[in-house]
Design a protein around this ligand. Structure first.
Ligand code: TYC
Length: 108
């Protein structure tokens, strides 16, 4: 569509001026979740939250304790590709350090 003709089909060369909705679809969003386990050290989970989810030490500790007490907790909400990258980064980092930490994504 020609610049400056948002919401019409003018400029498409059809000779018609049919009104269409502006193409501003909100992207689907995905929650990235951490799952509790009995073996991953608390400090490692706090470090993951600081490093990959840009949480402050206080926020990271709060989220880690929520996961520890409730079994699951939200680290952040992202578009599909960003969420997928975060999950891969966390799973690779946990595996490198031989911790069983699990990270998953779910559609909001
Ligand atoms: N439950 C773990 C422990 O007691 C800590 C932990 C918290 C592990 C959050 C995973 O996603 C997790 N060491």
């Amino acid at each position: 569509m020609q610049a400056g003709k948002k919401g019409t089909d003018e400029g498409a060369g059809t000779g018609l001026a049919t009104k269409t909705a502006p193409k501003v679809k909100k992207p689907d969003l995905y929650r990235v979740l951490l799952l509790n386990d009995d073996f991953t050290p608390m400090e490692f989970v706090v470090h993951v939250l600081e490093r990959f989810f840009r949480k402050s030490p206080e926020q990271a500790t709060q989220i880690m304790l929520h996961v520890h007490n409730n079994g699951v907790g939200e680290c952040g909400v992202y578009t599909y590709e960003v969420a997928e990258t975060k999950v891969t980064q966390v799973m690779d980092f946990a595996r490198q350090n031989q911790h069983p930490l699990q990270c998953v994504m779910e559609k909001k």
